[in-house]
Design a binder for this molecule. Structure first.
Ligand SMILES: NC(=O)C1=CN([C@@H]2O[C@H](COP(=O)(O)OP(=O)(O)OC[C@H]3O[C@@H](n4cnc5c(N)ncnc54)[C@H](O)[C@@H]3O)[C@@H](O)[C@H]2O)C=CC1
Length: 486
């Protein structure tokens, strides 16, 4: 099965597709059918060296352009992405298995939003003038970091590439991006579009590979910053490796986020939020609210309504626009999820619906809902990264805040209530970076995205991202004589 939108080589370096079959074969499997739709190759040390040299070579001239000139390229890339949204969405579906119904509105579009947003900001990335006593003054210069490395997770390959490239390039940096080995196709198209938009060859490069390639990029002395989207264990390794050479880092890591539903919540909105926060992208979303705390006297009504609405899920060919629930990204991830479902049952949680593998080619499982989950259960403590919702009961506000915060993670949190004072009070008490009130999993590029505690360091999107892709030089200007003690 081949698709017209597929890239024609493994890597994209110096403004062109590059193939190097000396690298280990990297099969690309379409999760919906299990078919191999492409064979790429992992980057060899020579490929990694070539990509870093290309980035190093392009960065100085790019940084010498004005922010407005850089921004023009990014905004043009956004326009091209939007014009090709269908093809990019088909490719995202092929790469990940996510339904076209989702990829057509949440992946390339989100990437284009980031390019447009940071393209608009680029011209305003100035320093400042500071008036000081005695006629002295100071000024600051916002400088690029140099060569940035982006390491992507497999669930949103187009979006993640753009969420890292857009602020990095807006600030005058160059980038070498390594997508997840599980979903290698989409970033190659982003690189091609940036060239078409006028980016200089070598400014944004894509190389394939797994942990070893990521580690080689992280530790290379030509790299000034590493931005990772991935699991907490990987984050710890990458953060430590980057620290050895005092590199800048952004860590967008995992979570086990709480979604709190009070008994005065709008029932359908709360159920809708729980569906978005557990079953969108077949549950493969880092910020998912997978611990759904429901106030005890609403719990039965919540589960009943949830079951009614789950019956409306259309599980089918992800390329069919009617499909609303697709396969897992890989056989490996499916097995991880099946193991957690077995564990949940073993530990006494009540599987009220779903959790069954479908007897068809590909990585299919039905959305799972566990009730009577307790905080000590494995499925309530560990990130599953699949369509498994845990429903936990609670009595009162203080109790649920304490339980929601009793985790090493702190990526996201959601609260559903009609009492807005309580909503803001509880959100304020929850230890999370990206929160939602009477909503879940909205991620506009104007708003910072990221976690606290073990869920990461730094923020993506919004003006906050500029601080993670640039640094300030301060210049003190003395207008009078220098007075020294001798
Ligand atoms: N906070 C966020 O924005 C997001 C976080 N995630 C998290 O990512 C995880 C799922 O994605 P995966 O791709 O399985 O994550 P992963 O941690 O296995 O891999 C992430 C990336 O790091 C690379 N990598 C692995 N070991 C490395 C090493 N030692 N040095 C350098 N790079 C290395 C991988 O090749 C991949 O490109 C989940 O934990 C999920 O929560 C996923 C999406 C968004």
């Amino acid at each position: 099965m081949t698709y017209p939108t597929q890239p024609t080589a493994s890597h994209f370096i110096g403004g062109e597709y590059v193939e190097d079959t000396a690298g280990a074969a990297l099969p690309v499997v379409y999760p919906a059918t299990g078919e191999t739709i492409a064979i790429l190759h992992e980057a060899t040390p020579a490929i990694i060296d070539r990509a870093l040299e290309a980035a190093k070579g392009a960065q100085a001239d790019w940084a010498a352009m004005s922010g407005t000139e850089r921004g023009r390229v990014l905004r043009r890339a956004a326009d091209i992405m939007r014009a090709r949204n269908h093809d990019l969405s088909v490719l995202e579906t092929m790469d990940t298995g996510k339904p076209y119904q989702e990829t057509s509105v949440a992946d390339a579009t989100s990437g284009a939003d980031a390019l447009e947003y940071f393209g608009g900001l680029a011209g305003s990335l100035t320093g400042e003038h500071i008036q000081l006593p005695g006629g002295d003054w100071a000024y600051t210069v916002r400088e690029p970091l140099g060569v940035c490395v982006g390491l992507g997770a497999w669930n949103y390959p187009t979006q993640i590439a753009c969420w890292k490239a857009a602020p990095a390039l807006a600030c005058g940096n160059a980038m070498v991006f390594k997508p997840s080995e599980t979903t290698p196709l989409c970033a190659l198209k982003v690189a091609k579009i940036l060239i078409e938009a006028g980016a200089p060859p070598g400014l944004f490069n894509v190389v394939q590979g797994a942990g070893a390639a990521g580690a080689a990029l992280t530790t290379d002395p030509r790299v000034d910053k590493v931005s990772l989207t991935g699991s907490v264990p990987t984050g710890k390794k990458v953060y430590a490796a980057a620290a050895a050479e005092m590199k800048h880092v952004t860590m967008e890591l995992g979570g086990k986020s709480p979604l709190v539903v009070f008994d005065d919540a709008d029932l359908d909105d709360a159920v809708g939020g729980a569906i978005l926060g557990n079953f969108y992208s077949s549950g493969q979303v880092c910020s998912n609210g997978t611990r759904v705390f429901v106030q005890r006297n609403l719990r039965d009504a919540f589960l009943d309504r949830l079951s009614e609405r789950l019956a409306n899920a259309v599980i089918g060919d992800p390329l069919d626009p009617e499909t609303s629930f697709g396969p897992m990204v890989s056989e490996g991830q499916l097995q991880i999820v099946l193991n957690y479902i077995s564990k949940g049952t073993e530990e006494g949680a009540r599987l009220v619906s779903g959790g069954q593998r479908l007897d068809r080619p590909g990585c299919w499982i039905t959305p799972a809902v566990f009730a009577d989950v307790t905080d000590d259960m494995t499925i309530a403590r560990e990130e599953i990264f699949g369509p498994v919702m845990c429903v936990l009961d609670f009595e009162n506000e203080d109790e649920v805040i304490a339980r929601a915060n009793a985790t090493e993670y702190g990526l996201s949190a959601g609260v559903f209530t009609s009492d807005l004072q309580r909503g803001h009070r509880v959100i304020g008490a929850l230890q999370a970076g990206s929160c939602f009130l009477n909503s879940y999993n909205d991620a506009p590029v104007e708003v910072p995205f990221g976690g606290v505690k073990m869920s990461g360091v730094g923020r993506e999107n919004s003006k906050a991202a500029i601080e993670h892709y640039s640094q300030l030089k301060s210049v003190y200007v003395r207008m009078g004589r220098v007075e020294a003690p001798f």
